[in-house]
Design a protein around this ligand. Structure first.
Ligand SMILES: Nc1nc2c(c(=O)[nH]1)N[C@H]1C(S)=C(S)[C@@H](COP(=O)(O)O)O[C@H]1N2
Ligand SMILES: [Mo]
Length: 322
């Protein structure tokens, strides 16, 4: 039922053979050189686009690489949602430079046997860094393809030993009044809170992200660490995390508190369930030639990750649990 039929695929969505081939060559090469050097390679041209950020090499994980053409570094870092820095897509790139990202700690607490506060340096070494290329589908019906660097969130959660009462995970983003012009506005109830069900958080696709394009995360993308949950709308992936709480009850998340008729807790990408004010059946891929007028792509159920995640929602009414 969730199998993707060829007729569901628009021609514009099919990755050109050349892109696929070059991506495959890159992966092969990266795998070879990482085996030889213990490092992954990022194409020099891409790395040069982020000259002032420290390298953060990861080993390509071919299991989690979509073959779509990757969005440019420029678009990934200049077309952002990070409301703490303003509502305009250009605001985070303009203002997030002031965000203070060191020292940085993340408290992992709640229904766990071993609550602990981790320093960012510790987190950077907690598990091997991987390169993974994920689709990101915003609820605003645009999308990107982003080469993240990080590891599965489960690696961190296992460290604190969740108890049997841990049914959900709550993610709390930082609030820095001095550096964040957006938090004086009441558009959302700060801090930005997101959440996942425990099985979703432990799913290997749920990623703790520290970098992109082989460099540490730029502030506007959620430095020094954020999550990436690729089968859900982008708002589920909280940025600049300072606290992770394992809890028994479903967390009250920022967008559900702001407009529960429009944004649900699950927020699985679903082309069949429209947002009350617009369709979710198609999306605009940022960077497609033609810009705003480029042909739209069909949005895929679970953002194309159905094979990996659909079983978690077996028997659930995805219209009621939007
Ligand atoms: N703290 C915080 N996290 C956030 C947001 C935000 O406003 N504040 N926006 C969300 C939304 S709506 C999206 S689409 C993604 C965008 O991530 P990107 O800017 O790195 O592409 O971040 C999510 N995480
Ligand atoms: Mo979004």
């Amino acid at each position: 039922m969730l199998i993707r039929r060829p007729s569901d695929v628009l021609p514009s969505e099919i990755t050109p053979e050349a892109v696929w081939q070059s991506r495959r060559r890159w992966l092969k090469q990266a795998a070879l050189s990482s085996a030889a050097l213990g490092l992954a390679r990022v194409p020099d041209a891409l790395a040069a686009e982020a000259p002032d950020l420290a390298p953060l090499p990861g080993t390509p994980n071919p299991k989690y690489v979509v073959m779509d053409q990757q969005t440019s570094y420029k678009d990934i870092t200049h077309y952002n949602n990070y409301y703490e820095f303003g509502l305009d897509k250009a605001d985070p790139a303009e203002y997030a430079g002031k965000l203070i990202t060191r020292p940085w700690t993340v408290s992992v607490e709640g229904e766990v046997a071993k609550p602990r506060t981790f320093g960012i340096e510790e987190l950077l070494k907690l598990a091997p860094m991987e390169d993974r290329v994920y689709r990101l589908r915003c609820v605003e019906a645009w999308s990107m393809v982003i080469p993240w660097v990080g590891y599965s969130l489960s690696a961190l959660l296992k460290q604190v030993q969740p108890t049997g009462n841990a049914k959900y995970v709550e993610f709390v983003s930082v609030v820095q009044k001095e550096t964040m012009p957006g938090v004086s506005s009441s558009v959302l109830d700060w801090p930005y809170i997101e959440g996942l069900r425990m099985d979703e958080a432990m799913h290997p696709l749920s990623m703790l992200v520290f970098g992109l394009y082989g460099k540490v995360l730029p502030n506007q993308d959620g430095a020094p660490l954020r999550v990436a949950v690729p089968w859900k709308y982008g708002f589920k992936s909280g940025k600049s995390l300072v606290k992770i709480r394992l809890v028994e009850k479903q967390p009250a998340t920022a967008w559900v508190k702001a407009a529960s008729n429009e944004y649900g807790f699950y927020a699985n990408v679903n082309p069949e369930v429209p947002h009350p004010r617009w369709s979710q059946a198609t999306e605009r891929r940022i960077g497609d030639s033609g810009g705003f007028f480029a042909p739209k792509r069909k949005t895929l159920m679970f953002n194309g990750y159905g094979e990996q995640v659909a079983s978690m929602y077996a028997g659930m009414d995805l219209r009621a649990n939007y």
